[in-house]
Design a protein around this ligand. Structure first.
Ligand code: HEM
Length: 355
């Protein structure tokens, strides 16, 4: 696999991201402007996906990251409060259908569940007038890398040594010594205990976005999904214990999260660096409740065909200047392009007990 580290977020990738994104509100101009921030090495989506493959292996048909997962469905119940912050239709009071997917990070779909692995929750909220809001959130308080190049470099620095199955300790500590922002972010993540189950996990978008209200006023925001479901004890430590518990929880009763918008202070809070936490004192507004009612893998409209591109946004929500966003969009499109040419691609979890 080529993994030369110098690739370009070229127009083809950009257009394929737009095509897959389908209803994204962002224009090509926005992508091109953001592309310029990827940096002097011209890191491309292909190089990023090659590196996922080189570190985890190739599992045809599966997502190149967050490969192990389970599709779910439900709805978002908007309470109307968000209309004060953004003109996006999702904040009008009402109930909007949701498709989504819980996942574990990493490219191996057969990895054993473990509390140290980052958990993901991706959502697609269907809105009036064919708009969609796609979100991909994880259970960390901050992201570990400020730039796509750092993400790419860390993947290699933290890759398991084939001889031991673990990262090389010296290489890892050298990386952290030379990447203080990642070291600081890792220290923050250690302060937050990991919830015992998916249903009791807090999920955050981490990247900043911009909300625009009906008067044209723009504010920086981040979002957090706060669980309303209390933790149930994990059923032992089998290789799929987290997903087994999730299926039990969701079948027993709908799982609920409050969608909370954290309002940043313009000019003060960093919008271009997801490793930096905003102060706890920032205003938060709960705009509604995510209610997940069932497992959706067996349905025809499986989320396998959905690319949870974080730049698919309704009018009223726009990307910030965070350089991760354009890189994510392009990498997800490249992962989607490869996996969709390879057949089924359902995870062990998805194929197994989801029906
Ligand atoms: C430069 C940074 C990042 C890169 C290169 C990256 C790359 C990827 C790729 C390639 C996928 C598979 C996409 C697919 O095939 O559909 C993925 C999935 C995912 N990513 Fe990221 N990611 C990054 C940052 C983030 C951040 C900041 C978050 C959340 C805060 C996040 C959350 C997720 C989630 C939840 C999924 C699973 C989506 C699903 O279930 O289909 N990622 N990521």
């Amino acid at each position: 696999m080529p993994d030369d580290g110098k690739v370009t977020l070229n127009r083809r990738t950009i257009f394929s991201a737009l095509a897959i994104g389908g209803v994204g509100a962002l224009g090509v101009g926005g992508f091109l402007a953001t592309e310029n921030r990827i940096g002097p090495h011209r890191l491309t989506a292909r190089a990023i996906i090659d590196r996922f493959q080189n570190t985890a292996g190739v599992f045809p048909g599966f997502r190149r990251n967050h490969a192990k997962g389970l599709a779910i469905e439900g709805y978002f119940e908007s309470n109307g409060t968000g209309t004060e912050l953004s003109r996006a239709s999702v904040f009008e009071p009402g109930r909007y259908p949701v498709r989504g997917r819980f996942s574990l990070s990493g490219g191996n779909p057969h990895v054993a569940d473990d509390s140290s692995v980052v958990r993901g929750l991706a959502l697609r909220i269907d809105l009036p007038n064919s708009e969609q809001w796609r979100l991909a959130t994880i259970n960390l308080p901050v992201f570990l890398d400020p730039t796509p190049q750092d993400f790419y470099d860390r993947m290699l620095a933290f890759a398991a040594d084939p001889a031991t199955g673990k990262p090389d300790a010296d290489r890892k500590s050298h990386y952290l010594a030379t990447h203080p922002r990642t070291a600081a972010a890792m220290a923050i993540t250690k302060t937050e205990p990991v919830a015992p189950t998916f249903a009791s996990s807090t999920f955050r978008g981490l990247n900043a976005f911009e909300f625009t209200d009906t008067t044209g006023r723009t504010i920086p925001v981040r979002w957090t999904l706060i669980p309303e479901t209390t933790a149930t004890p994990a059923p032992g430590r089998g290789p799929d214990y987290l997903f087994d518990q999730l299926k039990m929880d969701i079948r027993a009763a709908p799982c609920r999260w409050a969608l909370t918008i954290v309002v940043g202070v313009p000019g003060t809070d960093r919008t271009d660096d997801a490793t930096v936490a905003w102060p706890d004192s920032r205003r938060t507004v709960t705009v509604g409740t995510l209610v997940l009612t069932g497992i959706a893998t067996a349905t025809a409209d499986s989320v396998r065909e959905t690319n949870f591109d974080p730049l698919v946004l309704p009018d009223g929500i726009a990307p910030s200047d965070d350089p991760l966003l354009a890189a994510r969009s392009a990498a997800y499109a490249e992962s989607f392009r490869r996996r969709s040419g390879e057949g089924d691609g359902r995870g062990a979890i998805e194929a197994g007990g989801a029906a």
